[in-house]
Design a protein around this ligand. Structure first.
Ligand code: NAP
Length: 557
């Protein structure tokens, strides 16, 4: 840490304690928050409560982020609703009634809208406004260090701090397939689904992509459309979601123990209150293993990959679980050739595992066909449909379930310029370097929520978001108390964090295959494992140690 010797005059430091709103237009704000999903909504609440003046900008027409944009049929969370919710306010926790074990997109959107209304947050969110650029301004005799932020309506805003809550799965990947714009029918991307109902009745529909989004929407589209052709490049592992209505008594019981449940979640590797399985998959008999897998398959959803302690760390242990799911696929799909095509050959959990409702049996329907594009990729899109190996599959609509430019996409989509005009794109040419996933050297007073190098997508994201925002808010309060002007991650500490992250990733089988975790889904994206794989408790401990040691690894001035 650099010594705090250049305190800014109190008259210039506007980090005043007040019940802050956004203040007059053009004023120097304390904080600009980019995005109003789960992260941005909580950041706005938290910073306002601490008396900072704050304004949020949101590209969508309402709060919700992912849950605002992803309206495709079957969209629901793969983390149980009682956990995938905020814990910062006990009254909120007690009053909200989740109706299903895994909440659907409309229910999650209603929840976050309720949060925005309950805490009167909308007055400081400018909707339908995208941040296009932000530039760091060095302190002068008259002004403290700050950011000028440009929005797509041509307005310029100023704030001492920028908090990027722009989402990790928010920049859709629309593959550049030749002839894409010549298609005569309608195209959709699961991450930019229309607000009005889409009716596929009597239509022939193509779905490209078999990740979580494709696996959720294919059964529902198949139930409505005349025919569905699924274009699959890589099969994925899907385990049953085992969704069901939540019994009111069950919910009451959870509410009566919420404190204890949340405390247990903070100790959980994935910020969920599950005790880690203690045993190796290789330490039990074949029959015992089979029984465990059968039980977890039947009721545990995504947690299936934690049925034994070493499934994500030991290739041989992993093979036992992968083989179990492969056998399930063969049982569930009638046509042997189709079953073979649907069977993954990489380790389970290496790409993000999917949870499904009726995915595999959907291929037993007469109106669904699987088009294998693993060897012969799509050669082009023509007005009538999709051409593969010279043959045109005629369709009326194409659904791109082709995923996202994950974790770094939304950050790099903005023209962010730090000290000496350095752009974030230049800084991250060889891949992102972010200290604790929170801040990057050369970009003082800019924080990321769920940035590269934070546990983000590998844990319960709502709990992760609250921890990140709390850490940033404490840091801002610390700076206010001491009249500090700027905070900047030290280059050597962010490098050391990246090395540590790589080492931890190497210990997990997750780094072993091409996935969006490593940026492999986006042509030209630099490699490297993007989220932190070391688990939530280790990460939180590290963040706390940094604070205890006077913000070690950050320069404060
Ligand atoms: P994804 O996992 O990245 O899957 C994208 C799919 O599109 C893959 O099958 C990919 O094939 C295919 N694809 C991409 N480009 C292609 C091309 N040019 N030609 C043919 N196929 C192409 O994206 P996603 O399904 O939207 O899921 C992303 C993440 O969002 C999930 O992993 C999860 O974290 C989150 N999510 C969660 C839920 C939930 O909570 N249940 C639901 C949806 C999404 P390859 O594998 O060969 O690249």
């Amino acid at each position: 840490m650099r010594a705090a010797d250049t305190r800014i005059p109190a008259a210039v430091s506007k980090l005043a304690e007040r019940d802050a709103g956004s203040g007059p237009p053009g004023a120097l704000l304390d904080v600009i928050v980019v995005g109003a999903g789960f992260a941005g909504v909580y950041a706005l609440y938290k910073f306002r409560r601490l008396g900072f003046s704050v304004q949020a900008f949101e590209a969508g027409g309402d709060v919700g982020g992912t849950w605002y944009w992803n309206r495709y049929p079957g969209c629901r969370c793969d983390i149980e609703s009682i956990y995938y919710s905020y814990q910062f306010d006990d009254d909120l926790q007690q009053e909200w009634e989740w109706t299903e074990r895994y909440a659907s997109q409309p229910e999650i959107l209603s929840y976050i809208r309720h949060v925005a209304d309950r805490f009167d947050l909308r007055r400081d969110i400018q909707f339908n406004t995208r941040v296009t650029a932000a530039t760091f301004q060095e302190a002068t005799d008259k002004t403290p260090s700050h950011w000028t932020v440009i929005t797509n309506d041509g307005q310029t805003h100023k704030a001492r701090f920028c908090v990027m809550a722009s989402g990790v799965l928010s920049t859709p990947n629309l593959p550049d397939i030749p002839g894409r714009d010549t298609f005569a029918g309608t195209t959709y991307h699961t991450g930019q689904w229309p607000h009005e109902e889409v009716d596929f009745t009597d239509l022939k529909v193509a779905v490209i992509g078999t990740g979580s989004s494709g696996i959720q929407c294919i059964p529902l589209i198949a139930a409505q459309a005349r025919h569905v052709s699924v274009f699959q490049r890589t099969p994925n592992y899907a385990v049953p979601a085992s969704n069901r209505p939540l019994d009111p008594d069950e919910l009451d019981d959870v509410k009566s123990r919420y404190g204890e449940i949340r405390a247990a979640s903070k100790k959980g590797f994935t910020a969920l209150p599950f005790k880690p399985a203690g045993r190796s998959a290789l330490a039990v008999s074949e029959q015992q293993r089979e029984d465990v897998y059968e039980r977890w398959w039947g009721d545990h959803g995504l947690a299936f990959q934690g049925a034994f302690a070493d499934l994500l760390f030991d290739a041989q242990a992993n093979r036992t679980a992968s083989d179990f799911v492969r056998r399930k696929i063969r049982k569930l799909v009638d046509d042997e050739k189709v079953a073979e095509l649907l069977t993954p050959d990489f380790p389970l959990g290496c790409k993000r595992m999917c949870v499904d409702t009726d995915y595999y049996p959907t291929y037993n329907r007469g109106n669904v066909s699987l088009v294998d594009i693993s060897r012969d990729p799509i050669d082009g899109i023509v007005p009538e449909g999709i051409r593969v190996g010279g043959r045109v599959h005629a369709v009326d609509a194409i659904v791109f379930a082709t995923g996202y430019d994950a974790i770094t996409g939304a950050l790099l989509a903005m023209d962010l310029r730090g000290r000496n005009g350095l752009t974030l794109r230049e800084k991250w040419t060889d891949g992102p370097r972010v200290y604790l996933g929170l801040a990057t050297h050369g970009f003082p007073n800019l924080f990321m929520v769920n940035g590269p190098g934070s546990p983000s997508v590998l844990i319960n994201m709502v709990t992760g978001v609250e921890q990140h925002v709390d850490w940033i808010a404490d840091c801002l309060a610390h700076m206010r108390e001491r009249g500090l002007d700027a905070i900047e991650a030290e280059a050597q500490d962010e490098d050391a964090w990246a090395v540590h992250n790589d080492e931890v990733a190497q210990r997990s089988i997750r780094g072993d295959c091409a996935s969006w975790y490593t940026g492999a889904n986006i042509p030209g994206k630099p490699g490297g494992f993007l989220p932190y794989v070391g688990g939530f408790p280790a990460y939180v401990e590290r963040c706390e140690q940094v604070v205890e040691n006077g913000y070690a690894g950050f320069a404060l001035s």
